[in-house]
Design a protein around this ligand. Structure first.
Ligand code: FAD
Length: 424
């Protein structure tokens, strides 16, 4: 496999022929002259975008490139870690998307050449595009935290991309002795799903309280504040008194290195020996975004918020966690809203129509125990070249338990709705 080879014009012609044949099988009614949209990444952003494109324009030739045949969702994966949910409930296939006339190619995209508008696949084939949507999610920065590389993640799981890592953390919690310390290392912003580390700390405490009640959760945090902090801290006092300790940035919580051989986590103020070490490293846009030239020196992809078109590379749009989108958090909810707005913009650009200003809804639920959740939601619109929050709300700090129970049900409904919309 030649992963560095750049596509030539001849490759492009060959790739076009290959994909034209594939498209003809998937959707025979599509005209040969129809515009070609390639979507890289079949997660919440990419899968939602491919389906939205199909709904908006039956003539488009849409190809979704995603190496995994089954997608494993991160939302609710903290419940899998805590033993409250099976992994099967997190997994989705692309069958419905294929049935709707999207060509799904089970390969990784390895190269993007914006000059000839072509994507190179792992098997050497080349796909030509008129518009390319990048939705590759995140990559973990295995070079950012001394001691923490890919090999270390087999001992100190991040579980920040759901799947094997989720199960590894689950197994380590099952295996640990009562009385041990679970250390959760949280990086500085920006990160995928900013409240999720605290949801995880809560649900791990729930597991420990029932199964290993002498154990503790220690959160070492490279930030001082975090979303819905009062709600989390009140819930910790109420549900898990004395079980969760958090050391914030200004108290010396920033992790500066790790030693996987001894499961030690090092901060400026001391070393912590963990029985289970859940190390969430700094992150960046999925690697293909950098290869395409769409990521800047922050590692993320700046976009024009009206169309999601890259500020760095023409004809490439970036959605989901990979883009820098102002005040919108990196969440499945945001990726899904961005996907639909981006699909509308792409269809308008292809047909030469003007694009409406997007107005995106985002909602996030945090579950701290079964039947106990709270939420925050926002509406985001373009302002000064970024997305700004124009409306926002958060659960009341003093709401009764009945409201928390209702929010836990709403969270389940949210997950069902978003996954049906993304994957069918
Ligand atoms: P992803 O969903 O990660 O999809 C990216 C896809 O791109 C992957 O399938 C990957 O295989 C594919 N890909 C990458 N590179 C390539 C390539 N070169 N070629 C082809 N395909 C490629 N969000 C919420 O809204 N609510 C929640 O409650 C919530 N809980 C969370 C809990 C946890 C523990 C975590 C870690 C995250 C949580 N999130 C939540 C965040 C949410 O999972 C992400 O924000 C969301 O998945 C982002 O969508 P995306 O499409 O950008 O990336």
């Amino acid at each position: 496999m030649d992963v560095t080879r750049q596509p030539t014009r001849r490759d492009v012609a060959r790739g076009v022929a290959a994909i034209a044949a594939a498209s003809a099988v998937a959707c025979p009614s599509i005209a040969q002259s129809a515009a070609r949209v390639v979507v890289i990444g079949g997660g919440f952003g990419g899968a939602s975008c491919a389906r939205a494109l199909r709904r908006l324009d039956a003539a488009l030739r849409i190809t979704l490139i995603e190496p995994k045949r089954t997608f494993t969702a991160c939302p609710f994966s903290n419940e899998v870690i805590a033993g409250l949910r099976g992994m099967a409930a997190q997994q989705f296939t692309y069958d419905k998307i294929v049935a709707e006339g999207v060509t799904v190619i089970a390969q990784a995209a390895m190269t993007v050449d914006p000059q000839v508008r072509a994507v190179g696949l792992a098997d050497g084939n080349i796909l030509a595009y008129d518009r390319l949507v990048l939705a590759p999610g995140i990559d973990l920065r295995f070079d950012a935290l001394p001691g923490y590389d890919e090999a270390a993640s087999a001992r100190m799981p991040h579980a920040w991309q759901a799947g094997e890592q989720t199960m590894l953390l689950r197994e380590q919690l099952e295996a640990m002795d009562d009385g041990g310390v679970v250390v959760l290392a949280v990086p500085a912003a920006p990160l995928r799903c900013p409240p999720a580390p605290y949801e995880r700390a809560s649900l791990i405490a729930h597991f420990l309280k029932a199964r290993k009640p002498r154990s503790k959760v220690l959160v070492l945090d490279a930030k001082d504040g975090f979303p819905q902090q009062r709600l989390f801290e009140n819930a910790w006092k109420e549900l898990y008194p004395g079980m969760i300790e958090r050391i914030a940035l200004s108290q010396g919580g920033r992790v500066i290195s790790v030693d996987p051989a001894t499961n030690t986590i090092v901060t400026d103020f001391g070393n912590y020996a963990a029985q289970v070490a859940n190390v969430i490293p700094p992150q960046k846009a999925g690697r293909i975004a950098g290869i395409a030239g769409a990521a800047d020196n922050t590692g993320w992809c700046p976009i024009n918020p009206a169309t999601f078109e890259s500020k760095l590379v023409p004809n490439i749009h970036v959605i989901g966690d990979a883009c820098i989108a102002g005040q919108i958090p990196k969440s499945a909810s945001a990726a899904h809203a961005q996907a639909r707005a981006c699909a509308a913009a792409v269809v308008n650009l292809i047909s030469g129509k003007s694009t409406d200003m997007p107005r995106l809804n985002g909602a996030c639920y945090n579950t701290v125990a079964p039947g106990y959740a709270f939420s925050l939601s926002g509406i985001y619109q373009p302002k000064d070249g970024q997305f700004a929050e124009v409306e926002g709300s958060t659960s009341a700090v003093d709401a009764p338990r009945e409201v928390r129970r209702q929010e836990a049900e709403n969270a389940q409904t949210w997950f069902r709705t978003i996954t049906v919309d993304a994957f069918g």
